[in-house]
Design a protein around this ligand. Structure first.
Ligand code: SF4
Ligand code: SF4
Length: 248
């Protein structure tokens, strides 16, 4: 990419970031006056039966990594794990409102079930760590829901991840997206123990020439509102979008 093109892309990204923030701020005006807000991703793709070819590819991967872990070997492709840990009480509620936009990455990454993850389970002292590779594979496959979020991880079910925490990939238990980190920093700085969470998504498809086409939201912006509510240690309390205030 030439320098001029790179600058145009970067300026477009900055405009998009500002637009998105402004859309989020406008929606957040439906919350309590003066409350901190977070603009997070969100998803609302339909539930569909998991494709048979995706299950087969996942089983092939799982057989491989379970075999390596049982032999006490290390994996070939372990991702670098995030080290950031949040300390705010509303994080789980906010991720629940987002409905797992980041779990789309679990589709191409085999639910992040790697040799290191299975070795961690084996050494954890949890009874599941004593399962042999064939039993472990069968047990994990049995947790694929009959319907999952279209295009997302095979375990991304109607109410979230169908794997128990101790069975999830190390990445799944440690990852938080950039907007979540920004929201956490803002909450810590302001001393908030609850946040108005605004979940926004974009519907992007490929146009005739292969370019990306954004389906505009009903209010004319690029980002469609998929969730709005108050997140705190007590959970997520939805706010009626109809209460959204003026754009000023
Ligand atoms: S980390 Fe970000 S993308 Fe993932 S569920 Fe939480 S808010 Fe959504
Ligand atoms: S295993 Fe669960 S947490 Fe991990 S990507 Fe899949 S649905 Fe998300």
């Amino acid at each position: 990419m030439g320098r001029r093109r790179a600058r145009e892309v970067s300026e477009a990204e900055e405009r998009r970031r500002v637009d998105r923030w402004e859309t989020g701020r406008r929606h957040a005006s439906a919350g309590p006056a003066g409350a901190e807000f977070a603009v997070l991703p969100g998803q609302r793709r339909p539930l569909v039966p998991p494709p048979a070819d995706a299950i087969l590819a996942f089983k092939t991967h799982l057989d491989h990594v379970a075999g390596l872990a049982a032999a006490g070997l290390e994996g070939e492709h372990e991702p670098t794990l995030p080290t950031w840990t949040p300390d705010t009480p509303w994080i789980d509620a906010a991720c629940g409102a987002c409905r797992g936009a980041c779990c789309a990455e679990g589709r191409t990454n085999h639910a992040f079930l790697t040799v290191a993850t299975l070795n961690e389970l084996r050494l954890s002292g949890h009874p599941d760590g004593a399962l042999g590779p064939a039993e472990l594979v069968a047990d994990i496959l049995a947790r694929i829901p009959s319907e999952h979020v279209e295009g997302s991880c095979l375990f991304h079910g109607s109410t979230g991840c169908t794997l128990p925490r101790h069975r999830r990939g190390q990445m799944c238990n440690r990852y938080y997206c950039g907007p979540m980190k920004t929201a956490d920093r803002r909450a810590v700085e302001s001393g908030s123990d609850r946040l108005v969470v605004v979940g926004l998504t974009r519907t992007v498809s490929l146009g005739p020439g292969g370019g990306r086409v954004v389906a505009h939201a009903s209010d004319g912006t690029d980002d469609e509102l998929v969730a709005i509510g108050l997140a705190s240690a007590a959970g997520f309390e939805p706010i009626s979008p109809s209460a959204v205030g003026s754009t000023t």
